[in-house]
Design a binder for this molecule. Structure first.
Ligand SMILES: *[C@@H]1O[C@H](CO)[C@@H](O)[C@H](O)[C@H]1NC(C)=O
Ligand SMILES: *[C@@H]1O[C@H](CO)[C@@H](O)[C@H](O)[C@H]1NC(C)=O
Ligand SMILES: *[C@@H]1O[C@H](CO)[C@@H](O)[C@H](O)[C@H]1NC(C)=O
Length: 317
């Protein structure tokens, strides 16, 4: 026997439906509100801005809420994913390539920093006691890319947790197939898919030039010089680190100071002398790095940012 249908007066049916839909709408509204709050907190603007490019907004699981948001650096783009660099460090150690690092025995101290920065192809193997063994990020000049590619298995497979940030002029870095260095990097990420390689955008390169002009009053191009990898490193580190400890960099007067220590230009290469190299570059009419001028600017930055220089020590008042 079929069950009898409950008979409800028509106006009651309507009010029940209305009540139910109010509840449902409130639920949906609350849920949407939560999602919006979460997206604005978590998916920081880089990803949203990036929608103009190729990346879409990713769903970020709820459990990630407690994580500190990474700082995004739009001037550095991943060669494989085309996404901007995300990096946020407490205390950074920047390790100079200078011969000053030899016999310093600060490897353990360096390795305790939250992020460790190295430049170009400076090795750690065999020098761990003096320079440490961890490398969070390596800032590399376009001219040093071939040096990394001599040992691709080491740099891009074994050291695959290291972030590589490459800087270079547009003619070498262009992405249209004519950028000789960009092409090398593209091939590298094809062969080593876990390699984290970023290139400095043209805009960011101009910004670094503009900072040089602002600080020195000299136009970098007109003065016939190139910025050093140290310059690009410090500019990015000031954006990514809360505090910076620079190891093994000499100051602007070091090579004229009494009884300075004569050391090789690089801790991993005998031969070239550090101060000879500095004077050669500073006075080269064309194609040199203005290392000494740059160091003067670094000392100035150290007054505004939390930066200390040791081995040898700088006094920054
Ligand atoms: C990174 O390198 C480690 C050790 O060499 C290796 O075990 C790991 O699979 C690599 N990661 C990726 C994503 O390839
Ligand atoms: C250099 O500075 C460090 C840390 O600020 C200090 O411990 C050390 O004694 C200084 N060394 C010299 C030679 O002044
Ligand atoms: C620069 O380095 C020299 C040699 O280490 C040192 O005597 C001098 O005090 C330093 N100057 C500054 C401003 O740090």
């Amino acid at each position: 026997m079929p069950e009898p249908c409950p008979v409800t007066p028509i106006h009651e049916v309507f009010s029940q439906v209305r009540r139910k839909s109010i509840v449902a709408v409130s639920f949906i509204a609350a849920f949407l509100f939560l999602i919006i709050v979460r997206l604005t907190n978590e998916v920081n603007f880089p990803l949203i801005l990036n929608c103009f490019g190729q990346t879409s907004v990713r769903w970020i699981p709820f459990s990630y809420t407690q994580r500190r948001t990474l700082r995004t650096h739009y001037g550095y783009i991943n060669v494989k994913t085309q996404e901007p660099l995300q990096l946020d460090c407490d205390l950074c150690a920047i390790v100079s390539n200078s011969g000053q690092m030899a016999a310093q025995k600060v490897g353990i101290e360096i390795d305790q920093s939250s992020c460790i920065w190295r430049m170009n192809n400076a090795p750690t193997k065999g020098y761990e006691e003096d320079v440490g063994k961890r490398t969070t990020i390596r800032v590399v000049s376009h001219t040093s890319v071939p040096l990394l590619l001599k040992y691709p298995e080491y740099f891009f497979r074994e050291a695959n947790s290291t972030i590589y940030v490459i800087w270079g002029p547009f003619r070498n870095m262009r992405k249209d197939g004519n950028g000789i260095v960009y092409n090398m990097l593209k091939k590298t990420v094809d062969s080593y898919p876990s390699a984290k390689i970023y290139v400095t955008t043209e805009k960011r390169m101009s910004y670094c030039d503009a900072v040089f002009k602002e600080e020195t009053g000299k136009d970098r191009v007109q003065s016939g010089s190139y910025l050093s990898t140290g310059w690009f490193t410090l500019i990015l580190a000031m954006d990514a680190c809360y505090g910076i400890h620079v190891y093994g960099m000499i100051n602007d007067t070091y090579c004229k100071s009494e009884g300075f220590r004569k050391v090789p230009y690089h801790y991993y290469e005998p031969g070239r002398d550090e101060c000879d190299e500095y004077f050669l570059h500073e006075n080269a009419p064309y194609g040199g790095h203005r290392f000494i001028t740059e160091k003067k600017v670094f000392a100035k930055w150290a007054k505004k940012h939390t930066i200390i220089f040791t081995h040898p020590n700088w006094t920054v008042s």
